[in-house]
Design a protein around this ligand. Structure first.
Ligand SMILES: Cc1cc2nc3c(=O)[nH]c(=O)nc-3n(C[C@H](O)[C@H](O)[C@H](O)COP(=O)(O)OP(=O)(O)OC[C@H]3O[C@@H](n4cnc5c(N)ncnc54)[C@H](O)[C@@H]3O)c2cc1C
Length: 481
Protein backbone atom coordinates (compact mmCIF):
# COMPACT_ATOMS: atom_id res chain seq x y z
CA UNK A 1 0.00 0.00 0.00
CA UNK A 2 1.33 3.51 -0.72
CA UNK A 3 2.26 5.60 2.31
CA UNK A 4 -0.21 8.26 3.33
CA UNK A 5 0.77 11.87 3.21
CA UNK A 6 1.42 12.72 6.80
CA UNK A 7 2.18 16.38 6.28
CA UNK A 8 -0.92 17.07 4.26
CA UNK A 9 -3.23 15.26 6.63
CA UNK A 10 -1.59 16.26 9.87
CA UNK A 11 -1.35 12.72 11.15
CA UNK A 12 1.02 11.78 13.90
CA UNK A 13 3.54 9.06 13.12
CA UNK A 14 1.91 6.13 14.83
CA UNK A 15 -1.32 6.71 12.94
CA UNK A 16 0.14 4.97 9.94
CA UNK A 17 -0.51 1.47 11.10
CA UNK A 18 -3.98 0.42 10.10
CA UNK A 19 -4.30 -3.27 10.70
CA UNK A 20 -0.87 -3.73 12.19
CA UNK A 21 -2.43 -2.94 15.53
CA UNK A 22 -5.82 -3.23 17.18
CA UNK A 23 -8.21 -0.30 16.82
CA UNK A 24 -7.71 2.47 19.34
CA UNK A 25 -11.00 1.38 20.96
CA UNK A 26 -9.79 -2.17 21.49
CA UNK A 27 -6.38 -1.16 22.77
CA UNK A 28 -8.09 1.18 25.23
CA UNK A 29 -10.50 -1.54 26.37
CA UNK A 30 -7.79 -4.21 26.72
CA UNK A 31 -5.63 -1.82 28.72
CA UNK A 32 -8.56 -1.32 31.11
CA UNK A 33 -9.24 -5.00 31.46
CA UNK A 34 -7.83 -7.72 29.23
CA UNK A 35 -10.15 -10.29 30.82
CA UNK A 36 -9.38 -13.92 31.45
CA UNK A 37 -7.74 -15.91 28.67
CA UNK A 38 -9.89 -18.00 26.33
CA UNK A 39 -7.43 -20.50 24.82
CA UNK A 40 -7.99 -22.19 21.46
CA UNK A 41 -10.01 -25.38 21.14
CA UNK A 42 -7.65 -28.38 21.22
CA UNK A 43 -10.03 -31.38 21.26
CA UNK A 44 -13.43 -32.63 20.11
CA UNK A 45 -16.32 -31.51 22.31
CA UNK A 46 -20.13 -31.62 22.40
CA UNK A 47 -22.43 -28.67 23.09
CA UNK A 48 -26.06 -27.66 22.72
CA UNK A 49 -25.21 -24.66 20.55
CA UNK A 50 -21.98 -23.73 18.78
CA UNK A 51 -21.57 -20.13 17.69
CA UNK A 52 -19.06 -19.23 14.97
CA UNK A 53 -17.87 -15.64 15.47
CA UNK A 54 -17.21 -13.70 18.66
CA UNK A 55 -18.46 -10.26 17.71
CA UNK A 56 -21.67 -8.63 18.90
CA UNK A 57 -23.94 -11.05 17.01
CA UNK A 58 -22.31 -14.17 18.39
CA UNK A 59 -21.98 -12.85 21.92
CA UNK A 60 -25.50 -11.35 22.15
CA UNK A 61 -26.84 -14.69 20.90
CA UNK A 62 -24.93 -16.50 23.66
CA UNK A 63 -26.23 -13.92 26.13
CA UNK A 64 -29.89 -14.41 25.22
CA UNK A 65 -29.54 -18.19 24.99
CA UNK A 66 -28.14 -18.42 28.50
CA UNK A 67 -30.56 -15.79 29.79
CA UNK A 68 -33.45 -18.07 28.84
CA UNK A 69 -31.74 -21.32 29.83
CA UNK A 70 -28.70 -20.99 32.10
CA UNK A 71 -27.98 -24.71 31.76
CA UNK A 72 -27.57 -24.64 27.97
CA UNK A 73 -24.10 -25.68 26.79
CA UNK A 74 -22.93 -22.85 24.55
CA UNK A 75 -19.52 -22.74 22.84
CA UNK A 76 -18.28 -19.65 20.96
CA UNK A 77 -15.46 -20.09 18.44
CA UNK A 78 -13.59 -16.96 17.39
CA UNK A 79 -10.66 -16.97 14.98
CA UNK A 80 -9.14 -13.81 16.48
CA UNK A 81 -10.14 -12.41 19.89
CA UNK A 82 -13.68 -11.35 20.73
CA UNK A 83 -14.04 -7.84 19.32
CA UNK A 84 -10.96 -8.17 17.11
CA UNK A 85 -13.29 -7.76 14.10
CA UNK A 86 -15.67 -4.88 13.38
CA UNK A 87 -17.45 -5.16 16.75
CA UNK A 88 -14.31 -3.70 18.32
CA UNK A 89 -13.52 -1.42 15.37
CA UNK A 90 -16.74 0.38 14.53
CA UNK A 91 -17.85 3.97 15.05
CA UNK A 92 -19.89 3.06 18.12
CA UNK A 93 -23.15 4.39 16.67
CA UNK A 94 -26.08 2.50 18.18
CA UNK A 95 -28.60 4.15 15.90
CA UNK A 96 -32.25 3.84 15.06
CA UNK A 97 -33.91 2.69 11.89
CA UNK A 98 -36.31 5.59 11.32
CA UNK A 99 -34.01 6.72 8.52
CA UNK A 100 -34.49 3.27 6.93
CA UNK A 101 -38.29 3.52 6.82
CA UNK A 102 -38.48 3.95 3.08
CA UNK A 103 -36.60 0.71 2.41
CA UNK A 104 -38.38 -1.14 5.20
CA UNK A 105 -41.81 -0.17 3.87
CA UNK A 106 -40.88 -1.10 0.30
CA UNK A 107 -39.74 -4.50 1.52
CA UNK A 108 -42.25 -5.36 4.20
CA UNK A 109 -45.11 -2.84 4.32
CA UNK A 110 -45.85 -0.07 6.79
CA UNK A 111 -46.95 -1.86 9.95
CA UNK A 112 -44.09 -4.41 9.98
CA UNK A 113 -41.64 -1.61 9.15
CA UNK A 114 -42.73 0.36 12.21
CA UNK A 115 -42.49 -2.74 14.38
CA UNK A 116 -38.92 -3.23 13.18
CA UNK A 117 -38.02 0.40 13.99
CA UNK A 118 -39.53 0.08 17.47
CA UNK A 119 -37.62 -3.14 18.10
CA UNK A 120 -34.35 -1.39 17.23
CA UNK A 121 -35.28 1.50 19.57
CA UNK A 122 -35.78 -1.08 22.33
CA UNK A 123 -32.38 -2.61 21.59
CA UNK A 124 -30.66 0.78 21.85
CA UNK A 125 -32.21 1.32 25.28
CA UNK A 126 -31.53 -2.27 26.34
CA UNK A 127 -27.81 -1.93 25.56
CA UNK A 128 -27.67 0.98 28.02
CA UNK A 129 -29.53 -1.04 30.65
CA UNK A 130 -27.28 -4.05 30.10
CA UNK A 131 -24.17 -1.91 30.69
CA UNK A 132 -25.65 -0.43 33.86
CA UNK A 133 -26.75 -3.82 35.23
CA UNK A 134 -23.42 -5.50 34.60
CA UNK A 135 -21.13 -2.65 35.58
CA UNK A 136 -19.78 -2.18 32.04
CA UNK A 137 -18.50 1.34 31.47
CA UNK A 138 -18.90 1.39 27.70
CA UNK A 139 -19.35 5.20 27.61
CA UNK A 140 -22.99 4.68 26.67
CA UNK A 141 -24.58 8.04 25.95
CA UNK A 142 -28.07 8.41 24.49
CA UNK A 143 -27.89 11.84 22.87
CA UNK A 144 -29.55 11.26 19.50
CA UNK A 145 -28.38 11.43 15.90
CA UNK A 146 -27.86 14.52 13.74
CA UNK A 147 -28.09 14.33 9.95
CA UNK A 148 -26.13 17.02 8.14
CA UNK A 149 -26.73 17.97 4.52
CA UNK A 150 -23.37 18.72 2.91
CA UNK A 151 -24.48 19.10 -0.74
CA UNK A 152 -27.46 20.80 -2.39
CA UNK A 153 -28.82 17.46 -3.53
CA UNK A 154 -29.23 16.23 0.05
CA UNK A 155 -32.14 18.55 0.87
CA UNK A 156 -34.73 16.43 -0.91
CA UNK A 157 -33.58 13.18 0.75
CA UNK A 158 -33.66 14.86 4.14
CA UNK A 159 -37.15 16.22 3.62
CA UNK A 160 -38.48 12.88 2.36
CA UNK A 161 -36.96 11.02 5.31
CA UNK A 162 -38.58 13.34 7.87
CA UNK A 163 -41.92 13.46 6.03
CA UNK A 164 -42.13 9.68 5.95
CA UNK A 165 -41.68 9.42 9.73
CA UNK A 166 -44.50 11.97 10.13
CA UNK A 167 -46.70 10.13 7.65
CA UNK A 168 -46.47 6.85 9.53
CA UNK A 169 -47.32 8.53 12.83
CA UNK A 170 -43.84 8.81 14.31
CA UNK A 171 -43.24 12.59 14.16
CA UNK A 172 -41.22 12.58 17.38
CA UNK A 173 -38.64 10.23 15.95
CA UNK A 174 -37.28 12.48 13.21
CA UNK A 175 -37.51 16.23 12.80
CA UNK A 176 -35.95 18.73 10.44
CA UNK A 177 -33.32 21.20 11.63
CA UNK A 178 -32.53 24.53 10.05
CA UNK A 179 -28.90 25.31 9.37
CA UNK A 180 -28.82 27.52 12.49
CA UNK A 181 -30.32 24.75 14.65
CA UNK A 182 -27.88 22.20 13.31
CA UNK A 183 -24.87 24.44 13.74
CA UNK A 184 -25.91 25.33 17.27
CA UNK A 185 -25.20 21.67 18.08
CA UNK A 186 -22.14 21.26 15.87
CA UNK A 187 -20.81 24.22 13.94
CA UNK A 188 -19.17 22.81 10.82
CA UNK A 189 -18.97 25.15 7.81
CA UNK A 190 -19.80 22.16 5.63
CA UNK A 191 -23.26 21.80 7.18
CA UNK A 192 -26.29 23.20 5.39
CA UNK A 193 -29.52 22.13 7.11
CA UNK A 194 -30.27 18.71 8.58
CA UNK A 195 -32.43 16.53 10.78
CA UNK A 196 -32.45 15.04 14.27
CA UNK A 197 -33.29 11.41 15.02
CA UNK A 198 -34.08 10.71 18.64
CA UNK A 199 -32.83 7.13 18.50
CA UNK A 200 -29.08 7.27 18.79
CA UNK A 201 -26.58 6.34 21.46
CA UNK A 202 -22.82 6.28 21.31
CA UNK A 203 -20.74 3.53 22.86
CA UNK A 204 -17.07 2.65 23.14
CA UNK A 205 -17.69 -0.49 21.10
CA UNK A 206 -14.69 -2.49 22.26
CA UNK A 207 -15.54 -1.90 25.91
CA UNK A 208 -19.04 -3.15 25.14
CA UNK A 209 -17.94 -6.30 23.32
CA UNK A 210 -15.27 -7.12 25.92
CA UNK A 211 -17.79 -6.47 28.72
CA UNK A 212 -20.22 -8.85 27.05
CA UNK A 213 -17.44 -11.45 26.85
CA UNK A 214 -16.81 -11.05 30.60
CA UNK A 215 -20.51 -11.53 31.42
CA UNK A 216 -20.68 -14.68 29.29
CA UNK A 217 -17.63 -16.20 30.93
CA UNK A 218 -19.17 -15.50 34.34
CA UNK A 219 -22.26 -17.39 33.14
CA UNK A 220 -20.19 -20.41 32.16
CA UNK A 221 -20.26 -19.96 28.39
CA UNK A 222 -17.17 -21.52 26.78
CA UNK A 223 -15.26 -19.21 24.47
CA UNK A 224 -12.29 -20.34 22.38
CA UNK A 225 -10.36 -17.49 20.81
CA UNK A 226 -7.70 -18.07 18.16
CA UNK A 227 -9.92 -20.84 16.79
CA UNK A 228 -10.92 -20.70 13.16
CA UNK A 229 -13.79 -22.82 11.92
CA UNK A 230 -12.72 -24.24 8.58
CA UNK A 231 -15.94 -25.99 7.63
CA UNK A 232 -19.32 -27.10 8.80
CA UNK A 233 -20.47 -30.73 8.80
CA UNK A 234 -24.26 -30.65 8.59
CA UNK A 235 -26.49 -33.10 10.43
CA UNK A 236 -28.70 -33.36 13.50
CA UNK A 237 -25.45 -33.05 15.46
CA UNK A 238 -23.67 -30.58 13.23
CA UNK A 239 -19.92 -30.21 13.46
CA UNK A 240 -17.98 -26.96 13.49
CA UNK A 241 -14.57 -28.20 12.40
CA UNK A 242 -11.40 -26.39 13.51
CA UNK A 243 -7.74 -27.35 13.00
CA UNK A 244 -7.44 -28.98 16.43
CA UNK A 245 -10.93 -30.17 17.26
CA UNK A 246 -14.60 -30.26 16.30
CA UNK A 247 -17.56 -28.95 18.26
CA UNK A 248 -20.67 -31.08 17.68
CA UNK A 249 -23.94 -29.40 18.56
CA UNK A 250 -27.67 -29.55 17.88
CA UNK A 251 -27.61 -25.95 16.67
CA UNK A 252 -25.03 -23.87 14.83
CA UNK A 253 -25.07 -20.07 14.71
CA UNK A 254 -23.17 -18.35 11.91
CA UNK A 255 -22.28 -14.93 13.31
CA UNK A 256 -19.69 -14.21 10.65
CA UNK A 257 -20.42 -10.70 9.42
CA UNK A 258 -18.44 -10.00 6.20
CA UNK A 259 -16.54 -13.30 6.48
CA UNK A 260 -19.80 -14.89 5.30
CA UNK A 261 -18.57 -14.05 1.77
CA UNK A 262 -16.50 -17.24 2.13
CA UNK A 263 -19.39 -19.44 3.23
CA UNK A 264 -21.57 -21.09 0.54
CA UNK A 265 -24.64 -20.93 2.81
CA UNK A 266 -24.63 -17.12 2.83
CA UNK A 267 -22.21 -15.76 0.25
CA UNK A 268 -24.79 -14.39 -2.24
CA UNK A 269 -26.52 -12.40 0.48
CA UNK A 270 -23.70 -9.88 0.82
CA UNK A 271 -20.74 -8.08 -0.66
CA UNK A 272 -17.86 -6.89 1.53
CA UNK A 273 -16.86 -3.22 1.50
CA UNK A 274 -14.25 -1.64 3.69
CA UNK A 275 -14.80 1.28 6.04
CA UNK A 276 -12.12 3.28 7.83
CA UNK A 277 -12.03 5.58 10.83
CA UNK A 278 -9.56 8.24 11.96
CA UNK A 279 -9.31 9.50 15.52
CA UNK A 280 -8.08 12.92 16.65
CA UNK A 281 -6.01 13.75 19.68
CA UNK A 282 -8.13 15.07 22.59
CA UNK A 283 -9.31 18.63 21.83
CA UNK A 284 -12.19 19.38 24.25
CA UNK A 285 -11.77 23.16 23.90
CA UNK A 286 -12.11 22.95 20.15
CA UNK A 287 -15.28 20.89 20.57
CA UNK A 288 -16.65 23.53 22.91
CA UNK A 289 -15.80 26.25 20.39
CA UNK A 290 -17.97 24.54 17.76
CA UNK A 291 -20.76 23.79 20.30
CA UNK A 292 -20.38 20.03 19.93
CA UNK A 293 -20.61 19.08 23.58
CA UNK A 294 -23.93 17.22 23.54
CA UNK A 295 -22.51 13.85 22.48
CA UNK A 296 -24.70 13.58 19.37
CA UNK A 297 -23.85 11.09 16.65
CA UNK A 298 -23.58 12.79 13.25
CA UNK A 299 -23.53 11.64 9.65
CA UNK A 300 -23.95 13.20 6.23
CA UNK A 301 -26.31 11.98 3.50
CA UNK A 302 -23.79 10.34 1.19
CA UNK A 303 -24.33 6.69 0.41
CA UNK A 304 -20.59 6.35 1.00
CA UNK A 305 -21.48 7.71 4.40
CA UNK A 306 -19.29 9.94 6.55
CA UNK A 307 -20.06 9.43 10.25
CA UNK A 308 -18.53 11.10 13.27
CA UNK A 309 -18.88 11.28 17.02
CA UNK A 310 -17.05 12.56 20.05
CA UNK A 311 -15.43 10.56 22.85
CA UNK A 312 -15.34 10.93 26.61
CA UNK A 313 -11.94 12.59 26.48
CA UNK A 314 -12.82 15.13 23.80
CA UNK A 315 -11.69 13.40 20.61
CA UNK A 316 -13.52 13.05 17.32
CA UNK A 317 -13.77 9.64 15.70
CA UNK A 318 -14.51 10.19 12.03
CA UNK A 319 -15.36 7.39 9.62
CA UNK A 320 -16.09 6.72 6.01
CA UNK A 321 -15.82 8.50 2.74
CA UNK A 322 -13.70 5.85 1.06
CA UNK A 323 -13.18 2.15 1.17
CA UNK A 324 -13.17 -0.62 -1.39
CA UNK A 325 -15.18 -3.69 -2.29
CA UNK A 326 -13.27 -6.99 -2.27
CA UNK A 327 -14.31 -10.60 -2.95
CA UNK A 328 -12.68 -12.02 0.19
CA UNK A 329 -11.62 -10.57 3.53
CA UNK A 330 -7.96 -9.68 3.17
CA UNK A 331 -5.48 -6.99 4.22
CA UNK A 332 -7.28 -4.33 2.17
CA UNK A 333 -9.87 -4.17 4.96
CA UNK A 334 -7.31 -3.33 7.63
CA UNK A 335 -4.11 -2.11 5.95
CA UNK A 336 -5.36 0.37 3.33
CA UNK A 337 -3.49 3.64 3.86
CA UNK A 338 -5.36 5.27 0.98
CA UNK A 339 -8.69 4.66 2.71
CA UNK A 340 -7.29 6.15 5.95
CA UNK A 341 -6.22 9.19 3.93
CA UNK A 342 -9.71 9.50 2.42
CA UNK A 343 -11.31 9.42 5.87
CA UNK A 344 -8.78 12.01 7.06
CA UNK A 345 -9.55 14.25 4.09
CA UNK A 346 -13.25 14.10 4.95
CA UNK A 347 -12.47 15.07 8.50
CA UNK A 348 -10.31 18.04 7.46
CA UNK A 349 -13.05 19.21 5.11
CA UNK A 350 -15.74 19.15 7.79
CA UNK A 351 -13.69 20.47 10.68
CA UNK A 352 -11.23 23.12 9.47
CA UNK A 353 -11.02 24.60 12.97
CA UNK A 354 -9.25 21.36 14.00
CA UNK A 355 -6.47 21.97 11.45
CA UNK A 356 -3.77 21.90 14.10
CA UNK A 357 -5.23 18.90 15.94
CA UNK A 358 -3.33 15.77 14.92
CA UNK A 359 -5.00 12.52 13.94
CA UNK A 360 -3.60 9.97 16.34
CA UNK A 361 -4.97 6.78 14.93
CA UNK A 362 -6.63 5.18 11.94
CA UNK A 363 -8.06 1.71 11.38
CA UNK A 364 -10.53 -0.14 9.21
CA UNK A 365 -12.65 -3.22 8.88
CA UNK A 366 -15.10 -4.99 6.58
CA UNK A 367 -18.81 -4.27 6.40
CA UNK A 368 -21.33 -6.80 5.08
CA UNK A 369 -23.44 -4.95 2.53
CA UNK A 370 -26.79 -6.59 1.78
CA UNK A 371 -28.91 -6.05 -1.35
CA UNK A 372 -31.50 -4.19 0.76
CA UNK A 373 -29.18 -2.14 2.98
CA UNK A 374 -30.76 -4.01 5.89
CA UNK A 375 -29.82 -7.19 7.73
CA UNK A 376 -31.75 -10.43 7.78
CA UNK A 377 -31.81 -13.04 10.52
CA UNK A 378 -32.99 -16.61 10.15
CA UNK A 379 -32.55 -20.33 9.86
CA UNK A 380 -31.12 -22.29 6.94
CA UNK A 381 -31.93 -25.82 5.81
CA UNK A 382 -32.00 -28.38 7.34
CA UNK A 383 -33.29 -26.23 10.24
CA UNK A 384 -30.49 -26.13 12.79
CA UNK A 385 -28.17 -23.52 11.23
CA UNK A 386 -29.04 -19.96 12.19
CA UNK A 387 -27.55 -16.70 10.96
CA UNK A 388 -27.62 -12.92 10.94
CA UNK A 389 -26.04 -11.10 8.02
CA UNK A 390 -26.16 -7.91 5.98
CA UNK A 391 -25.90 -5.16 8.60
CA UNK A 392 -24.40 -2.90 5.93
CA UNK A 393 -22.26 -1.05 8.43
CA UNK A 394 -25.05 -0.58 10.93
CA UNK A 395 -24.92 -3.53 13.29
CA UNK A 396 -24.29 -2.20 16.78
CA UNK A 397 -27.97 -1.98 17.78
CA UNK A 398 -29.35 -4.56 15.28
CA UNK A 399 -26.92 -7.26 16.47
CA UNK A 400 -28.50 -7.01 19.92
CA UNK A 401 -31.86 -7.72 18.31
CA UNK A 402 -30.31 -10.47 16.18
CA UNK A 403 -29.12 -12.18 19.36
CA UNK A 404 -32.65 -12.21 20.73
CA UNK A 405 -34.12 -13.48 17.47
CA UNK A 406 -31.58 -16.26 17.03
CA UNK A 407 -31.96 -17.38 20.66
CA UNK A 408 -35.73 -17.66 20.07
CA UNK A 409 -35.21 -19.51 16.78
CA UNK A 410 -32.88 -22.00 18.48
CA UNK A 411 -35.44 -22.60 21.24
CA UNK A 412 -38.32 -22.76 18.75
CA UNK A 413 -40.19 -20.01 20.59
CA UNK A 414 -42.88 -18.03 18.78
CA UNK A 415 -42.17 -14.50 20.00
CA UNK A 416 -42.61 -10.95 18.75
CA UNK A 417 -38.92 -10.99 17.88
CA UNK A 418 -39.18 -13.93 15.46
CA UNK A 419 -42.26 -12.37 13.88
CA UNK A 420 -40.30 -9.29 12.84
CA UNK A 421 -40.26 -8.86 9.07
CA UNK A 422 -36.49 -9.27 8.67
CA UNK A 423 -36.64 -12.77 10.14
CA UNK A 424 -36.54 -15.40 7.40
CA UNK A 425 -37.81 -13.14 4.59
CA UNK A 426 -37.51 -14.35 1.00
CA UNK A 427 -33.75 -14.05 0.42
CA UNK A 428 -32.54 -11.22 -1.83
CA UNK A 429 -29.37 -12.29 -3.58
CA UNK A 430 -26.53 -10.59 -5.40
CA UNK A 431 -25.40 -12.05 -8.75
CA UNK A 432 -23.02 -15.02 -8.70
CA UNK A 433 -19.25 -14.57 -8.95
CA UNK A 434 -17.33 -13.14 -10.72
CA UNK A 435 -20.05 -10.56 -11.61
CA UNK A 436 -20.73 -9.80 -7.95
CA UNK A 437 -17.13 -8.76 -7.26
CA UNK A 438 -16.70 -6.79 -10.47
CA UNK A 439 -19.99 -4.98 -9.95
CA UNK A 440 -19.37 -4.26 -6.27
CA UNK A 441 -15.90 -2.82 -6.91
CA UNK A 442 -17.01 -0.61 -9.81
CA UNK A 443 -20.17 0.61 -8.08
CA UNK A 444 -18.42 1.44 -4.82
CA UNK A 445 -15.83 3.66 -6.54
CA UNK A 446 -18.47 5.25 -8.80
CA UNK A 447 -20.66 6.14 -5.80
CA UNK A 448 -17.75 7.82 -4.07
CA UNK A 449 -16.67 9.72 -7.20
CA UNK A 450 -20.25 10.89 -7.91
CA UNK A 451 -20.87 12.08 -4.38
CA UNK A 452 -17.50 13.80 -4.09
CA UNK A 453 -18.15 15.71 -7.33
CA UNK A 454 -21.59 16.79 -6.11
CA UNK A 455 -20.20 17.90 -2.77
CA UNK A 456 -17.63 20.04 -4.58
CA UNK A 457 -20.35 21.58 -6.75
CA UNK A 458 -19.12 19.75 -9.88
CA UNK A 459 -21.26 17.73 -12.26
CA UNK A 460 -20.26 14.04 -11.96
CA UNK A 461 -18.97 12.27 -15.05
CA UNK A 462 -22.01 10.82 -16.87
CA UNK A 463 -20.66 7.26 -17.00
CA UNK A 464 -19.70 7.36 -13.33
CA UNK A 465 -23.21 8.57 -12.42
CA UNK A 466 -24.76 5.73 -14.46
CA UNK A 467 -22.60 3.11 -12.75
CA UNK A 468 -23.42 4.55 -9.30
CA UNK A 469 -27.14 4.21 -10.05
CA UNK A 470 -26.85 0.63 -11.30
CA UNK A 471 -27.82 -1.11 -8.02
CA UNK A 472 -31.16 0.76 -7.88
CA UNK A 473 -31.80 -0.08 -11.55
CA UNK A 474 -31.19 -3.74 -10.71
CA UNK A 475 -33.80 -3.57 -7.93
CA UNK A 476 -31.42 -3.34 -4.98
CA UNK A 477 -32.06 -0.77 -2.26
CA UNK A 478 -28.51 0.52 -2.42
CA UNK A 479 -26.82 3.67 -3.61
CA UNK A 480 -28.17 6.86 -5.16
CA UNK A 481 -31.59 6.96 -6.90
C1 LIG B 1 -14.92 0.86 10.43
C2 LIG B 1 -16.30 0.40 10.77
C3 LIG B 1 -17.19 1.28 11.36
C4 LIG B 1 -18.46 0.86 11.70
N1 LIG B 1 -19.28 1.73 12.37
C5 LIG B 1 -20.48 1.32 12.80
C6 LIG B 1 -21.27 2.15 13.63
O1 LIG B 1 -20.86 3.23 14.02
N2 LIG B 1 -22.49 1.69 14.00
C7 LIG B 1 -22.95 0.47 13.62
O2 LIG B 1 -24.08 0.13 13.97
N3 LIG B 1 -22.19 -0.36 12.91
C8 LIG B 1 -20.96 0.02 12.50
N4 LIG B 1 -20.17 -0.84 11.81
C9 LIG B 1 -20.66 -2.20 11.57
C10 LIG B 1 -20.61 -3.04 12.84
O3 LIG B 1 -19.30 -3.02 13.36
C11 LIG B 1 -21.03 -4.47 12.53
O4 LIG B 1 -22.27 -4.46 11.88
C12 LIG B 1 -21.16 -5.32 13.79
O5 LIG B 1 -19.98 -5.24 14.54
C13 LIG B 1 -21.46 -6.74 13.39
O6 LIG B 1 -21.22 -7.60 14.48
P1 LIG B 1 -20.93 -9.12 14.15
O7 LIG B 1 -20.76 -9.81 15.41
O8 LIG B 1 -21.99 -9.62 13.23
O9 LIG B 1 -19.60 -9.08 13.30
P2 LIG B 1 -18.04 -9.06 13.74
O10 LIG B 1 -17.77 -8.14 14.82
O11 LIG B 1 -17.29 -8.90 12.46
O12 LIG B 1 -17.83 -10.52 14.26
C14 LIG B 1 -17.69 -11.62 13.39
C15 LIG B 1 -16.54 -12.41 13.95
O13 LIG B 1 -16.45 -13.66 13.28
C16 LIG B 1 -15.09 -14.04 13.30
N5 LIG B 1 -14.93 -15.07 12.27
C17 LIG B 1 -15.05 -14.93 10.94
N6 LIG B 1 -14.84 -16.10 10.34
C18 LIG B 1 -14.58 -17.01 11.30
C19 LIG B 1 -14.28 -18.40 11.29
N7 LIG B 1 -14.21 -19.10 10.15
N8 LIG B 1 -14.07 -19.03 12.47
C20 LIG B 1 -14.13 -18.33 13.65
N9 LIG B 1 -14.40 -17.02 13.70
C21 LIG B 1 -14.64 -16.37 12.54
C22 LIG B 1 -14.37 -12.75 13.00
O14 LIG B 1 -13.01 -12.80 13.40
C23 LIG B 1 -15.19 -11.73 13.78
O15 LIG B 1 -14.64 -11.45 15.04
C24 LIG B 1 -18.88 -0.46 11.42
C25 LIG B 1 -18.00 -1.35 10.81
C26 LIG B 1 -16.72 -0.93 10.49
C27 LIG B 1 -15.78 -1.90 9.87
Amino acid sequence: MPPILNDQLNLTGHALTPGAQRSWWLREALAQNAGQPCPPLTKDVEADVVIVGGGFTGLWTAYFLTQANPKLGVVVLEQDICGGGPSGRNGGFASGWWDELDGLIKLYGEEPAIRACRAISDSINAIGKFCAEHGIDAWYRHAGYLYAQTAAGHAASCEEMVELAHKVGAPDELRELTQAELRSRCDSPAFRAGAFMRDGASVQPARLVRGLRRVLLERGVTIHEGTQVTRLEPGSKAGAVTPQGTVRAKHVVLALNAWATGWPQLERRLVAWSSYIVLTAPAPDKLKAINWTGGELISDFRTSLRYFRTTNDGRIAFGGGGGRARPTIDDAFTHDSRAVAEAAQGFRLMFPSFADVPLEDGWGGPIDVSPTHLPTFGTLAPGNIHFAVGYTGNGVAPSHLAGQVIADLVAGRDTEAVRLPMVNPKPRLFPPQPFRSWGAAAVRRAMIAKETAEEQGRRPNALVAQIARMPRRMGYLLGPE
